[in-house]
Design a protein around this ligand. Structure first.
Ligand SMILES: *Cc1c(COP(=O)(O)O)cnc(C)c1O
Length: 416
């Protein structure tokens, strides 16, 4: 009875924070400061040696505070807490999800390399892979959840890219249809393509499911990335990102963050710590509400198809991945209305409680039209392939009473 591995939710209020260093304040203050005072010159030297990787930290040595671009208590404590959910060695918080994603790509790719990525990925990610990286001589190659391991490998070989793939980047469940990618299958592909002096790094964007119910590192991912703007922040009031993984990879990510200078500020760090205290109860309620909503939609005469993980059955090709990789169906529900854009817009324009906005994972329920909004940049061909049609509506379910959300959806469907 001397030690216990507390659940992450039990540690979100206190972990990593020492009240005695802050006048006994129960909560971590906002360290709104650019720089930190050294006790003496020797201490300053020692802190820099560790920060710039000139020597390893001694086992009991605390990471010294130097300058807020390198580290700040509001980020450091937040990073320790976030690491608990994904069971990661380390975490780096960024000023946006896109800065987290682009920093990882810039660190692990070089001119001539190829990034193999799942389709569809977040619009900003897609733009970075297909429009920005090519300017640096790096190209993207997409694959869908319907392609098997052999088909993906065959595609890579037929394009003569076997020795060029250096990063496998996946988003699962995929936005907006909840299509699943098997992380363990990606690990097998990475093993197949890796050579003794060149490992293929697997990166999973876990934003769509959030940190509670899918731990990609456990299934073979090297790095997990988040838009902390979504579930982690959870209140639609900030933009932030995070990267998590093993120390060896994270040291490289942290180094590039230091020199790109795209870390989050102390105020954002503080807000995210506040958000983390309620992450589990928020997400649990959101997922419970989503189940009620999805079940309601399933039986509605004006709804053609519902995309919700909780409805997968043993016959579905992705059922095995769902059972193996996820412990909850999450809070994102999409559906096809009967009709097309006109009917979908009528539904969206008729909502009274839910808001018409992009983004997801927040306390308020949101609805949007992927084909003309979040995924309007996707080519027509890919949109067909990925079932992102004009009749598709995406819902992010919040913490309201589920019967009010359902009432709103029901009255809006009646307007069609
Ligand atoms: C929102 C989002 C991003 C981008 O994050 P920002 O915080 O907006 O920069 C990346 N990936 C996914 C899956 C997202 O939903």
């Amino acid at each position: 009875m001397h030690n216990r591995d507390f659940h992450p939710e039990s540690l979100m209020m206190t972990h990593g924070y020492k009240p005695e260093l802050s006048e006994g304040a129960i909560k971590c203050p906002i360290f709104q400061t650019s720089t930190f005072v050294f006790k003496n010159a020797e201490e300053g030297k020692a802190f820099f040696e560790v920060a710039y990787g000139k020597r390893e930290k001694d086992p009991h040595e605390e990471l010294g505070l130097i300058y807020s671009r390198l580290n700040n208590p509001d980020l450091q404590i937040l990073e320790e807490r976030l690491s608990l959910w994904d069971k990661a060695d380390e975490c780096c918080v960024f000023e946006s999800g896109m800065s987290a994603i682009s920093t990882v790509m810039l660190e692990f790719l070089r001119p001539g390399d190829v990034i193999l990525y799942s389709k569809p990925v977040y619009g900003g990610t897609d733009h970075f892979v297909n429009k920005v990286l090519p300017e640096y001589g790096i190209n993207g190659l997409g694959f869908t959840s319907e392609q098997s391991k052999d088909e993906v490998l065959e595609m890579i070989k037929s394009k003569d890219l076997r020795s060029k793939v250096k990063v496998i980047y996946i988003e699962t469940p995929a936005n907006p249809t909840n299509a699943l990618f098997d992380i363990e299958m990606c690990k097998e592909i990475a093993d197949e393509l890796s050579t003794p002096d060149q490992e293929v790094v697997i990166v999973v964007d876990n934003t769509y499911m959030g940190p509670l119910w899918q731990q990609p590192l456990k299934h073979g991912a090297d790095l997990v990335v988040y838009s902390a703007t979504k579930y982690i922040g959870g209140h639609s009031d900030l933009i932030a990102g995070a990267v998590l993984g093993k120390s060896a990879h994270m040291q490289r990510v942290r180094r590039l963050r230091t020199f790109l200078g795209n870390m989050a500020g102390p105020w954002t760090g503080w807000l995210l710590m506040r958000s983390l205290e309620t992450l589990k109860i928020r997400m649990t309620q959101q997922a419970e509400n989503a189940k009620h909503v999805a079940d309601f939609l399933l039986n509605h005469p004006k709804v053609e198809k519902v995309y919700y993980l909780g409805h997968l059955t043993e016959g579905d090709p992705s059922y095995k991945t769902y059972k193996n990789q996820l412990s909850c169906a999450g809070a994102m529900v999409s559906f096809d209305v009967k009709g097309g854009e006109k009917e979908a817009f009528k539904f969206l324009n008729s909502l009274k409680l839910m808001k018409l906005a992009v983004s997801l994972g927040s306390t308020e329920s949101l609805a949007e039209h992927p084909a003309t909004m979040t995924h309007s940049d996707v080519s027509d061909e890919d949109r067909d392939l990925l079932h992102i049609s004009d009749k598709l509506v995406r819902l992010s379910i919040g913490v309201e009473h589920y019967s009010d959300i359902i009432w709103d959806i029901e009255q809006a469907l009646e307007q069609i």
